[in-house]
Design a protein around this ligand. Structure first.
Ligand SMILES: [Zn+2]
Ligand SMILES: [Zn+2]
Length: 132
């Protein structure tokens, strides 16, 4: 099934085919600062399945494990849309809030719960990991 989404201003839209290979929620320091809230939720797909309408801006940082994380965002409105990890170059993480319909999403794993702020309540039925 094709899933569609776009940034807040609409300059960057995308479609992705196929099903997510992984669905996760992360509370790490980077995800909290990037999102400005308690956690980030991403659905991961095969990067070949993603088609993007327009150019994105990017920012790179090094993860705890020493991999390069490249995060893509709309150059106009700043909405964060996609992220890549140099360890898994064929996988793209898509910010779940940017999908036009995200009702299919259900996190399978919550990571970096050790860095979760106490006001960000999590679903106790989901498997957690202190770190990743
Ligand atoms: Zn935008
Ligand atoms: Zn994170």
């Amino acid at each position: 099934m094709t899933k569609t989404g776009h940034c807040h201003c609409g300059d960057v839209s995308y479609e992705v085919n196929g099903e997510p290979t992984r669905m996760a929620q992360c509370h790490c320091n980077a995800c909290r600062r990037i999102t400005g809230t308690g956690h980030n939720v991403q659905a991961f797909f095969n990067s070949d399945d993603l088609n993007i309408s327009d150019k994105t801006a990017t920012h790179e940082s090094t993860s705890d494990a020493g991999n390069i994380r490249t995060r893509h965002f709309c150059p106009n409105c700043g909405s964060r849309l996609f992220s890549y990890n140099s360890k898994t170059p064929n996988t793209v993480g898509i910010s779940v809030g940017s999908f036009d319909d995200s009702s299919w999403f259900k996190p399978e794993l919550i990571v970096y719960v050790s860095q979760r702020p106490n006001w960000d309540i999590i679903d106790e039925s989901i498997k957690t990991h202190k770190l990743m």
